[in-house]
Design a protein. Sequence first.
Lengths: 340, 288
Amino acid sequence: MRRVLIRDPLFWLGLLLFASLMTLSVGNTLFRDGQVDQVTNLYSADGTLLATSPLEPSSEHWLGTDRAGNDLFQLLIEGAKWTIGVCFTVAFVRIALALLIGVPLAFRGKRLYTGLRLLLDGFLIIPISLLALFILLPALLLTDPALIPSMSSRALLEVSVLTLLGLPALLLYLISETRQLLAQEFMLVARTLGGSPFYQFRTHIWPHLLPTLTIVFMQQFVQTLMVLIHISLFGVFFGGSLLLFGDGVAPTIFEWASQFGYYFLQFTALSWINHMFLVPAIALALLVFFANLLTSRLERAYRLRRQQLIHAPMQELAEAEAAATQLSDPFEPVRISTKS
Amino acid sequence: MQSFVIRKTIQLIMALLVLLGVSALPGLIVQMRPDFSNYFKTVEQQLKLLTTWDTLTYYNATAAENRLLFPDLEPFVQETLLIFSSALICSAVAALLYAFLFYQAGPKIRSLLTQVTRTLEMVPDLFWVIFSQFIVIILFKTTGFNRIEIAGGADDHVRFLPILTLSLTTVFFFIKWLTGRIQEEQGASYLELARAKGIQSPRLFWQHLLPNLFYRFYLFFRTNIITILSSLVVIEYTFNVQGMFRFILINQDFSILLVLLLLIYVPFFIFDTVVELCIPRSWKGGIS
């Protein structure tokens, strides 16, 4: 799988995109203190007012500015680390937890698995975004600016809620995957030879599980991103929503999904499709697209690798069979070519 | 049969308890911290609600009064059901036709089809929503054609676009699975035998391949229903469909959440049971 991926330009393109976005975003925080330029009014040289924000995209402001005058390009750069970081963390922690809980359970009997399936069955059809909305809205709707809890506690709460809500489905999947591997012949041999469960896992199951896990990781990444986008459409932004005077909510950080939800809530009342709304929408769509692209490249590499693995012995077998049928004297020793 | 009934009853009771626990989850977090005593209090409240479900009320903002939930919720449920089922039927039919085309096609067309669907399936559902609204507005601006609703109202049903966008998100989902299985099954010995007996390839597809995939397809559908429902939530919200997901987004209440969860789960449970009973064993891969 690794060999296929190294030679895959599309995979590298996707990876490069994510890496450069993260570097730019973290760089912006480190070297510019996370600053995003604000332009409220635009004047010409002699002082006459040219325009007020939101400004259309121009050579000065590549993607234009929003109503508060934030430069959208810088805003996207600054927010990228939140969007990618949150999805990455949630996906990673989910998989780590599912491994920690699921693998020991997979080594137990079938009854436990059926029981668990039965128990979690109800959990598997509820839209996560709906539940996340219900749990997070009361906690993250910040009505009183004086009583805002710290950013880290808000982020921790949201990340843990998102992680736990997606955990049951992943857990069941991982258990069934591990159980399938355990039913293989080589595992029977490993057990018979007396390998301890930990040894069995490390030497036999982990190498088989790892390629699947990378694919699952990307899937979880996209799923988390979609949940983030969905709940911010409903007005729950990552890290909390400030209740504005009158009606409406505003995000506290420049995270992409939150910005998208923020502009979406504004756009329904005002003029329709404008750059303010399109920029985060297209950015998010591209992010999802590239994450999906990475997933599909990983899947492809996995498939090709498996085809190679299955094909090689099949061919040898076919050669041996062909050689056996061509024998004039069946008891004469034959040399069967075994290419490896 | 008896063990089947017992198993299903246990499953139903367990699921109801879990859903009860899930619907009380919003009570778990108080002041940004998990608070278990408050959680159990909420669970207790929800339990009490179950016993008095026919007198449940919600606050109707238009009428500015509390009204009984049950007769009022009905049209919303109907609307959601209509959109969900017609989108499912549309996408299932489209996916089947595509699969047939894929099965008949030569290697060149196959790789072309795969490339196209692989690219299209990466598009997130929300993008379809915005894109379709955009197209309809452009259409209206250029030709004056205004028969397609892009957003619903209280008495205004918006159906075409929600069904279209939901179908678009699910169809690629189905297609991906179907083409994968077709490629897998193609070399299977029962198909080889049928082909050797001279059965034409359309009949091979509809009579031999599809029945074998049907039950697995149902299982696949069941495990991924969560994604489809998530899309439906967003679609109802963005198109302003007067459906039950939009209803709950407007009336955010624990009791309504519980009702909604039951309304989703119980039909699926019944459907599951019926499928398990009715589908012939040979379709499930057993020997009849």
